[in-house]
Design a protein around this ligand. Structure first.
Ligand code: BDR
Ligand code: CA
Length: 321
């Protein structure tokens, strides 16, 4: 049976590769791509998504959404993805335009007309939070929601405490994590080390000789340098494609657990931190008040702890062939 998927993205260079994976998957119908501000402005992100959709010769509708976080100013990640979000190589859509409807309306409409739909978010959670707020009926109609974001029990990539997508709009993230959706969290810790593409992986991809393979590597040229600057590691780290691989093939997440997860939105030091009750202490007397919102309704998130690295790289290679 064909699965229906909606992708919410902030149009960065790793988002682009994730979009290719979904648009090329034969058992998944991508019903809509909604765009949010994050890595770059929402206008630039929309152009980037249209460019990828064209490259894949897909007719999937693209909807532009929130231009800034719910309560804060937008902080982009152009230092990581390039000024245009795709490594500054001059990529632009030739003919495709975005649908005039707003992404938030598109999310609500897609969910209500496709109960059980799967959603994957690859950027800040602003669009999804707005959609939930406007029409809470969607909460029970979403079959699965995979979030690329957070850093469960480990260091962040934008501050010592937080990962970019959650940090950019912590208020939206908090709403989404507390909403009671069937949430799965693919955190940034899964995308480092051996999961990043090494020189051999990159050579294998380029040897495919396809326009998609070439685009996937070239559009991430600035990101590869930035990843080295940030972590000291060489290679291309691809958080969004890893989240997409797990969405398409859930077995690639080799260990996960259902945990209470909350997002810090008030502190400056730990803004956007994903606080995971890994040892299940939230129901203890001393934590009862703070975690009552979760424990009372049993609002848990599936946290993915480990990745089948070989399987993920094979999935990527197949999609670019
Ligand atoms: C996430 O932040 C963005 O820079 C990437 O596109 C990815 O969604 C990784 O922290
Ligand atoms: Ca992204």
């Amino acid at each position: 049976m064909t699965r229906t998927l909606l992708i919410d993205t902030d149009g960065g260079s790793d988002d682009a590769v994730a979009l290719i994976m979904a648009l090329r998957a034969s058992d998944v119908h991508v019903s809509a791509i909604t765009v949010v501000a994050g890595n770059v402005s929402v206008e630039q992100a929309t152009r980037n998504v249209l460019c990828v959709v064209e490259l894949c010769e897909s007719q999937t509708p693209v909807y532009s959404g929130a231009a800034k976080p719910l309560l804060r100013e937008l902080v982009t990640a152009q230092w990581f993805h390039g000024f245009d979000g795709l490594g500054d190589h001059g990529y632009a859509p030739m003919a495709r335009r975005a649908d005039p409807r707003h992404a938030v309306d598109a999310i609500i409409e897609a969910v209500l007309s496709n109960p059980g739909i799967e959603i994957i978010t690859l950027g800040p959670l602003t669009n999804l939070a707005l959609a939930i707020n406007r029409d809470p009926r969607i909460i029970n109609a979403i079959g699965r929601c995979v979030v690329m974001g957070g850093a469960p029990c480990c260091e962040g990539n934008v501050t010592p405490a937080a990962e970019f997508n959650i940090w950019v709009d912590p208020e939206a993230s908090k709403m989404v994590f507390r909403a009671g959706l069937p949430l799965e969290m693919v955190g940034w810790q899964l995308c480092r080390g051996s999961a990043a593409l090494n020189q051999q992986d990159i050579s294998k991809i380029l040897a495919l000789g396809t326009p998609l393979a070439e685009f996937a590597i070239r559009s991430n040229s600035v990101a590869a340098e930035a990843y080295h600057t940030q972590t000291g590691d060489h290679g291309i780290s691809l958080p969004d494609p890893i989240a997409m691989a797990i969405t398409l093939q859930p077995e690639l997440c080799t260990a996960s657990s259902m945990r209470y997860v909350d997002v810090e939105a008030s502190s400056d030091l730990t803004r956007g931190m994903t606080v995971v009750d890994r040892l299940e202490v939230a129901e203890d007397e001393r934590n009862r008040d703070l975690w009552e919102w979760a424990t009372k309704r049993q609002v848990r998130t599936r946290v993915c702890w480990t990745l089948d690295v070989i399987g993920w790289k094979a999935a990527l290679l197949r999609s670019l062939a």
